[in-house]
Unconditional design. Structure first.
Length: 282
């Protein structure tokens, strides 16, 4: 459990959400760490994936938007890297709780998807938006992804979250180039009933690009971005349409993941109290 973590010279027990080897995960403590996370995002989204950013942000080599000021920023740090904590950030996730969003400008996803209707169907549940997930190329390994999920899970438990959701992206602005993967999502994994969700009508792009009998499941899963594949394994569903984000150079789908729907084997793996990687030593 988190209270049983071995103290380190870097962190107090209460800060640490998980550890595997030299990798640790926790929430950013200050503006300098958020700035460093934005630099990691710039490397991945702009330099690698060619997303567009404002000229002043490009000059600073940072991926920044207005939600950064109200979100919590989950970090993965490699303590084997020499230097300060800001030099050790190798992955990040942006977390926005419903109560915080409602006091501010709402959720990021609301610019593309009708999440208001989805949330209104569940007045007794607490929602949390996941976004801006990225990992530096050298750290795109199972252990890094496990720590990101460990951090999300521990944070969700701490804040009594019932539902996680958010935009997840395919690279590029041509949905047809992802016809196999999008069609698989359409035929097999669209959320139904009380969890049904749709893109804003003026932005909606169909994911029904191939007939069901033309879809090879193995190839479709292989064509999925790792993040979306990870959501699927956890038990997530998706909205009924995609949205093309020309500014960011992506094709987005809405992920919907009620905590109660998370696969039992993953709850067992990470621990019902998020202790799976809590006591790992370097």
């Amino acid at each position: 459990m988190l209270s049983a973590l071995t103290p380190t010279k870097h962190l107090a027990d209460a800060d640490l959400l998980g550890r595997i080897g030299t990798l640790e995960t926790r929430i950013a403590r200050n503006a300098a760490e958020v700035d460093a996370a934005q630099a990691v995002r710039y490397q991945v989204f702009v330099e690698e994936m060619h997303a567009g950013v404002a000229s002043d942000h490009a000059a600073r080599r940072r991926d920044v938007d207005s939600w950064d000021d109200v979100c919590d920023h989950l970090l993965v740090l490699d303590r084997a890297i020499e230097g300060d904590t800001t030099d050790q950030i190798v992955g990040t996730y942006r977390l926005l709780r419903q109560d915080v969003a409602e006091r501010g400008a709402g959720f990021y996803s609301q610019s593309e998807f009708d999440v208001n209707t989805l949330i209104a169907r569940h007045p007794g549940k607490r929602f949390m938006e996941l976004g801006r997930s990225c990992v530096l190329p050298a750290y795109r390994t199972k252990r890094t992804l496990e720590l990101l999920w460990q951090g999300n899970w521990a944070y969700a438990l701490k804040h009594r979250i019932d539902v996680m959701f958010g935009c997840a992206s395919f690279h590029g602005t041509d949905p047809a180039s992802h016809a196999l993967a999008l069609s698989f999502l359409h035929h097999h994994l669209t959320a139904q009933g009380e969890w049904e969700a749709h893109a804003l009508p003026e932005l909606a792009a169909s994911m029904n690009l191939m007939p069901l009998d033309a879809i090879d499941t193995r190839k479709a899963l292989s064509a999925m971005p790792p993040l979306i594949k990870g959501y699927i394994r956890l038990g997530a569903k998706v909205g009924h349409e995609a949205v093309v984000d020309h500014a960011f150079g992506s094709t987005d789908v809405l992920i919907v993941l009620p905590i109660e729907s998370i696969s039992g084997r993953y709850l067992s793996y990470y621990g019902a109290d998020a202790n799976r990687f809590g006591a790992q030593e370097s």
